[in-house]
Design a protein around this ligand. Structure first.
Ligand code: ACO
Length: 328
């Protein structure tokens, strides 16, 4: 099959943000509690009328520009999201907005594992020789589903978008190894379920519930325990798939959910703290967007250099967890 190159990355977040002190006005919490338990200082949130797709398009344009690829060359757009502007999918509006007129576009839903699963999916099309240029977007606006009276969840999440351009390139080995898992038995610990009653005849349904979704529900301790176990294990399995050792990891680029989860995974893998890419303090948990958002900042800062090995890991609702070992 063809070699794969990660040719560009970009990101975009809403301007508006909420600090921990802002949240302390809404619920019984404090800046000190949030920082010590999570590492989060602020999170960006869509304003009324602002779309997720506009940020996904902005992130995509930046990624294409870095890659030196014209929008017309993109053959496939995959948008990993759990909170699209439209239930029929948001990838096509992004495709139209950026002018990727020749591309097919679809959404992919795998919560906070969505970006890694989307990256792996996009890479398969290149490996198979079907497409030469694929745009993979991670985008979420979980603020749409947060109960702003629930201090256990409202402090954690923020909105944002990131995107990566994948290209076929002979001799390139952008995707070195993967490992992906799901366990639907854990859905009860983290979900955002349809609130209507689709099995009832229309006449007896509660019209006010039609189309509505529940607020995001989470059992924080269960998700925490799951993540601490799953993240190092899935990275080790992806490394084994790549035929590589832990010592070969240049950077850990994990889903940004909680500083304590990232530190514990880095400890278990023997990766020093300065090799853990983190912007969690500035954005909170942006779900499918967090990995490309962190990657984008680290690349543009000059921390991540061409040829370096990144261990990516996403984890979250589903439950789902996935790792990709990537050469930047
Ligand atoms: N401010 C102050 N106190 C709080 C807050 C808050 N914001 N939230 C909870 N508390 C209280 C609790 O009520 C509890 O009080 P009690 O002892 O009187 O009952 C106490 O703090 C401890 O609560 P815990 O839930 O045990 O706190 P914990 O240390 O586990 O931290 C947290 C909670 C931060 C949510 C942690 O469990 C966590 O990060 N879990 C992982 C969550 C995660 O990563 N989710 C995203 C997955 S990605 C996706 O797919 C969406």
């Amino acid at each position: 099959g063809s070699g794969i190159k990660l040719a560009g990355v970009g990101s975009s977040v809403p301007e508006k943000f909420l600090t921990n002190d802002d949240l302390a006005q809404l619920v019984d919490t404090s800046d000190e509690w949030i920082i010590s338990r999570t590492g989060i200082k602020k999170r960006h949130i869509l304003s009324e009328g602002e779309s997720l797709g506009s940020h996904a398009a902005a992130a995509s344009r930046r990624a294409l520009e870095m890659a030196g690829v014209a929008a017309e060359e993109v053959e496939l757009v995959i948008m990993a999201t759990s909170s699209p502007d439209d239930l029929f999918g948001s990838a096509t509006t992004v495709q139209a907005a950026i002018g990727a007129t020749g591309a097919a576009a679809f959404d992919l839903t795998a919560a906070c594992s969505g970006f890694v699963m989307g990256l792996v999916t996009g890479a398969q099309y290149i490996k198979a020789g079907t497409y030469k240029t694929v745009l993979v977007i991670g985008a979420d606006a979980l603020s749409r589903y947060i109960d702003w009276r629930d201090r256990g969840t409202c402090i954690l999440f923020g909105d944002g978008c990131g995107a990566v351009v994948l290209r076929a390139q002979e001799g390139s080995c952008g995707l070195l190894g993967i490992d992906m898992h799901s366990d639907g038995n854990g859905m009860r610990h983290l979900n955002c379920a349809f609130a209507g009653e689709p099995m009832k005849p229309l006449s007896s349904g509660d019209a006010s519930k039609q189309g509505a979704y529940n607020n995001l529900h989470m059992n924080g301790q269960e998700v925490f325990k799951f993540a601490v176990r799953a993240v190092p294990t899935v990275i080790e399995a992806a490394l084994a798939d790549a035929g590589m050792e832990k010592q070969q990891i240049d950077w850990l680029v994990m889903h940004q959910a909680n500083m304590r989860i990232m530190s514990s995974a880095a400890d278990r893998l023997g990766v020093p703290p300065e090799r853990v890419v983190s912007n969690l303090s500035q954005y909170g948990n942006t779900s499918a967007a967090s990995i490309p958002l962190a990657l984008d900042e680290a690349v543009r800062r000059g921390d991540i250099k061409p040829g370096e090995v990144l261990a990516m890991a996403g984890f979250g609702a589903g439950l789902s967890w996935a790792s990709a070992i990537v050469r930047w």
